[in-house]
Design a protein. Structure first.
Length: 334
């Protein structure tokens, strides 16, 4: 086979960026070079000025190039923007925004790690596209940039050559997917093993955010019920039995859920059941009808709609992306 072309990868950094947004993807590409025993990726760190950059964790990085130097070399194959607390200041300064606008038409792949999506959004480069960012910032990204379709549960999203990822370590997932696209699953798997991580991490952002936050935010009055629902979401719960469990009225129960968890009892229970169905899907259950019945989620079509609404993809796409060994399907699957 002909040798793979050398691909230049540039990562944009700035003061108070997140160090793992830079070092995580960088190490994936560097490890691909090491595993292949040849130079597949030529890496550069780009900043407003070449030299030292202090990250938001206090660690200092050294940038190779400024934008002028990057443009003098010609457009890289892949241009990624790091996230971090400093990104919102950078959005107001325009320097990186203008650099991204100049470079974007000439790169094959443009992407952002975590909150770096805000710089792409400010440059107008995500308009009309699907994107994601750290779960904490998804609402703000959607509110400030309404032309973007924000997928809050995705670990990473690709839309017509633009790539965005969720918080911090999801940038590593994204970089691994780029290596897999460029050089195949075998090399990407070797890199993942070397870094002791999943090639395709199971689950989405919500498993690290909303459900755990709900457990933490539930006050002592709701917590016994919350724990019972988590232990057995497939039981025959309804608003009357849940209210009876706490010796309160259904109306009072709804008020507690809304005040403490910003949701309704029914919506909360549906989320738990959907999480259980998602886990079974990844575990090898091929039938959506059986999943929907087991977890009291209506029928297969309703389960498909729930997946699309909560995870941004269909069950078939979700399983293909995250299951280690996708099972054979039957006629009621997917």
């Amino acid at each position: 086979m002909p040798p793979s072309p050398l691909r230049r990868v540039a990562i944009v950094a700035y003061p108070d960026c997140q160090v793992l947004d830079v070092s995580g993807p960088w190490q994936v590409f560097a490890s691909a070079n090491q595993m292949a025993n040849r130079l597949l990726y030529d890496l550069s760190l780009v900043a407003r000025a070449a030299g030292m950059i202090k990250t938001n964790g206090g660690l200092t990085l050294c940038a190779d190039l400024d934008w002028q130097g990057l443009e003098a070399q010609g457009a890289p194959d892949t241009l990624l923007v790091a996230g971090g607390s400093g990104v919102f200041y950078q959005c107001r300064q325009r320097f990186h925004v203008d650099g991204l606008r100049r470079m974007a038409p000439h790169v094959r792949r443009l992407g952002a790690i975590c909150s770096g999506a805000f710089l792409l959004a400010e440059a107008g480069l995500l308009n009309g596209r699907k994107a994601t960012t750290h779960w904490r910032h998804c609402t703000d990204l959607a509110r400030h940039y309404p032309d973007i379709e924000v997928l809050p549960d995705a670990l990473y999203v690709e839309d017509r050559g633009c790539f965005t990822s969720a918080g911090v370590t999801a940038g590593i997932d994204l970089a691994l997917s780029l290596v897999e696209t460029d050089h195949g699953t075998e090399l990407a798997s070797r890199v993942a093993r070397e870094l002791v991580m999943f090639l395709h991490r199971p689950g989405g952002q919500s498993q690290f955010s909303e459900v755990l936050l709900h457990q933490q935010r539930a006050g002592p009055r709701l917590r016994p019920l919350i724990e019972e629902l988590h232990a057995a979401p497939g039981n025959d719960h309804d608003i009357h039995s849940m209210a009876e469990r706490l010796a309160i009225t259904p109306r009072h129960l709804s008020r507690l859920f809304r005040r403490q968890l910003d949701t309704s009892p029914g919506e909360y229970l549906t989320q738990l059941r959907l999480e259980a169905a998602r886990s079974d899907l990844l575990g090898g259950e091929p039938s959506l009808e059986r999943l929907a019945s087991r977890w009291r989620l209506g029928g297969a079509e309703q389960l498909r709609r729930l997946f699309q609404r909560h995870y941004g993809v269909s069950p078939s796409v979700y399983r293909a992306r995250f299951a280690a060994h996708p099972p054979h399907t039957d006629s009621s699957a997917l």
